[in-house]
Ligand binder design. Structure first.
Ligand SMILES: [Mn+2]
Length: 414
């Protein structure tokens, strides 16, 4: 069973309660809120639980593709031109061709399946628009899935990439219901032995990644590298089982991951307080606060982080607010200080070289708050490309995460 289903199935069982509601309808609700007779989303048996609707959510219904042109499984190239920027193309992630099903991914032996996420769970909302924005960046570097990494000198175009479309999100429902679709799409991509790279949306979706990875590999088999200003193991539910600042707490408590699998970097801001920091210690999270970077220097912290995860399968969950807002202003929860753009690029490249990357996502981008030059979006694009550079470098036999292309280090040596 999928982990999240375990959470919501009991709620669904409690939804056919028309008869008991009659008896309760006359009673004022204990919390002073809307009486049950006017609040079908409340469970009279448990005032802490919101009921989901009994109706099928049409937003998650998959289209019957047999109505379209017949085609064999494989990649679909939507564009007229072989080369050129996205303003002369039907926009896709990195200009990659389109895959719609796991069969497409398998038939084309896809390495990297990028998909957009559309959950809007941010403090300053707008993340749901990030995926489409990333396909349409006003950026010279939007050519079809290619480009030489200028640090290690490998061509990311050697990877077989696909744009796997978006994961839908019900923008009016509680965002917890949207996690099923993230779980399903990550699972589809994993079933095709491709690497899911989730783009945009908000950090709650990490829960759907972790449950899908736990199903495939077993809980505790994947190390998580978490770049963020925030620790995301907040004790308070804020009215929910899980939200974009608390998903690690639920994941550890439900046994989806072990605390010691979580490796955090860039933490700062006004939290955690003593209670949550103690929880992080008790559960053996590997956290690297910005304070550690300031005290010991980036190189030392990066080396420590890399040694912690060496030899492990890695899932990267990259919150754009982990980067200094000087480089990434378009986020939902801004916090001054943080990683530089260069440090962030180095980190994902090094992980791509050193580790078997089993999944990655780059989230919390809010295009409504980005600057006019889409600085945050363009950095996120470069982070994705740098990760792909590292992955391709590893495939070409590069083993040192600190490797640099000699031709790009010193022209005098040539
Ligand atoms: Mn976060």
């Amino acid at each position: 069973m999928r982990m999240f289903s375990k959470v919501i199935v009991p709620l669904a069982c409690l939804t056919i309660t028309a008869t008991p509601l009659v008896g309760l309808a006359e009673e004022a609700q204990s919390d002073g809120g809307i009486p049950y007779k006017w609040a079908p989303w409340k469970d009279p048996e448990n005032p802490m639980i919101l009921k989901m609707t009994d109706e099928k959510d049409v937003l998650f219904e998959r289209r019957d593709q047999s109505m379209g042109a017949k085609r064999e499984p494989g990649l679909f190239y939507p564009n007229r031109y072989t080369f050129g920027p996205n303003w002369s193309a039907i926009p896709t992630f990195l200009g990659a061709p389109i895959a719609q099903t796991p069969e497409d991914l398998k038939a084309a032996k896809v390495d990297i399946a990028m998909f957009g996420m559309t959950i809007g769970d941010q403090m300053l909302p707008g993340g749901r628009f990030g995926a489409q924005q990333m396909r349409s960046l006003i950026d010279y570097m939007s050519y079809p899935a290619q480009g030489e990494d200028q640090f290690i000198g490998v061509d990311i175009g050697k990877l077989v990439m696909a744009d796997y479309g978006n994961a839908a999100a019900n923008w009016m429902a509680d965002n917890q219901v949207n996690l099923d679709e993230v779980h399903k799409i990550v699972s589809e991509i994993l079933s095709a032995d491709a690497i899911p790279v989730g783009i945009a949306g908000t950090h709650i979706q990490s829960y759907g990644f972790m449950t899908a990875l736990a199903e495939k590999y077993g809980p505790g088999e994947v190390a998580i590298v978490h770049v963020d200003a925030h620790y995301d193991a907040y004790k308070a539910g804020a009215g929910r089982f899980v939200h974009n600042g608390s998903f690690f707490k639920l994941a550890v408590e439900k046994g989806v991951v072990k605390g010691s699998d979580i490796h955090q970097v860039g933490l700062r801001g006004q939290t955690p307080g003593a209670y949550d920091l103690n929880w992080m210690r008790e559960n053996k999270l590997n956290f690297h606060f910005q304070a550690e970077i300031e005290k010991n220097g980036w190189d030392a912290v990066l080396a420590k982080l890399l040694s912690e995860v060496k030899g492990r399968k890695v899932y990267i969950t990259f919150d754009m607010d982990g980067v200094d807002p000087a480089y990434a202003p378009g986020v939902g929860t801004q916090d001054p200080d943080g990683l530089t753009a260069g440090q962030a690029i180095q980190l994902v490249r090094a992980l791509g070289i050193q580790n078997e990357i089993v999944a990655a996502e780059f989230n919390e981008y809010n295009p409504l708050l980005d600057d006019a030059h889409q600085t945050t979006g363009i950095l996120m694009d470069r982070l994705i490309r740098s990760l792909l550079g590292g992955i391709q470098g590893r495939r070409e036999g590069i083993t040192d995460p600190m490797y640099y292309d000699p031709e790009r280090i010193n022209h005098a040596d040539q």
